[in-house]
Design a protein around this ligand. Structure first.
Ligand code: PEP
Length: 255
């Protein structure tokens, strides 16, 4: 199968790591992927390590992502971080709508849309996360839930902005559980997401990267990447070790 979209792998470090630990991990990842061609790689450290890691990775093959952002540029929003501030510290990407934020912090579809649009306006590429819970899958609501999340997240985006978006399909039941979707389950949802985007613009849909996330490892990335609509991975646990993340990138990029 000839790939039409450049594979993309992003490590989501979640709430882990001091500045020194993040620098060490980032450096090892950079060194490990330096010879891998035709792939985009990013890491998403905690806010506190973003600046140091971005400086360390400057001009190299690994970009930096933030794990969240706010939708306003400035003002009385205690604790929030604006997309422009993320650009200022060296970020290229920002993850928005991660299921942990949706579930633990009550983040709603409307907020995910505001965050994604604000990120685009600031020049960041949003990685928009969507995915169903186990209860939703078991009751046959997977595609309906994903449709609602995708449509809401992409609402009111101009085509030029839409073309810069990355979507990550992350079934909630597969995140951090060691249980990942079968390639067929992932492909069904990825294909469906692309069809929703195609309803807005066929051209954008054809080139949009749709990542899979949920217990992805070096050992299972190849079968997922073999699916037509799986363009890469958003990786949690397996990105906390440089050895496993680099191996995953190498395996995934070689399919
Ligand atoms: C994630 O949190 O985005 C994720 C996919 O985590 P894990 O790889 O640990 O399941």
């Amino acid at each position: 199968m000839a790939r039409t979209r450049r594979p993309f792998f992003c490590g989501n470090w979640k709430l882990n790591g001091s500045i020194a630990e993040s620098l060490a991990l980032a450096t090892e990842v950079r060194n490990g992927v330096s010879t891998v061609r035709d792939v985009d790689v990013a890491v998403a450290p905690s806010f506190t390590a973003l600046h140091a890691v971005a400086k360390r990775l400057e001009d190299g093959p690994v970009a930096v992502a933030a794990q969240d952002c706010f939708w306003e540029d400035k003002g009385a929003y205690t604790g929030e971080v604006a997309p422009a501030q993320l650009v200022d510290v060296g970020c290229k990407y920002v993850i928005v709508g991660h299921s942990e934020r949706r579930q633990l912090l009550g983040e709603l579809d409307a907020a995910v849309n505001l965050k994604a649009r604000a990120a685009l306006k600031a020049g960041l590429t949003p990685i928009i996360c969507v995915g169903e819970t186990l209860a939703e899958r078991d009751s046959g609501e997977t595609l309906g839930r994903v449709q609602a999340q995708v449509d809401a997240a992409l609402a009111d985006m101009a085509e030029a902005d839409l073309s810069r978006v990355v979507i990550a399909y992350e079934p909630v039941w597969a995140i951090g559980t060691g249980r990942n979707a079968t390639p067929a389950q992932a492909e069904e949802v990825h294909r469906f997401i692309r069809s929703r985007v195609a309803a807005r613009s066929a051209g954008v849909a054809a080139q949009m990267r749709i990542l899979y996330g949920g217990s992805v490892k070096a050992d299972n990335i190849r079968v997922l990447m073999a699916e037509e609509n799986v363009d890469g991975g958003l990786v949690g646990g397996a990105s906390l070790s440089a050895e496993s993340f680099v191996r995953l990138v190498k395996e995934g990029a070689s399919v």
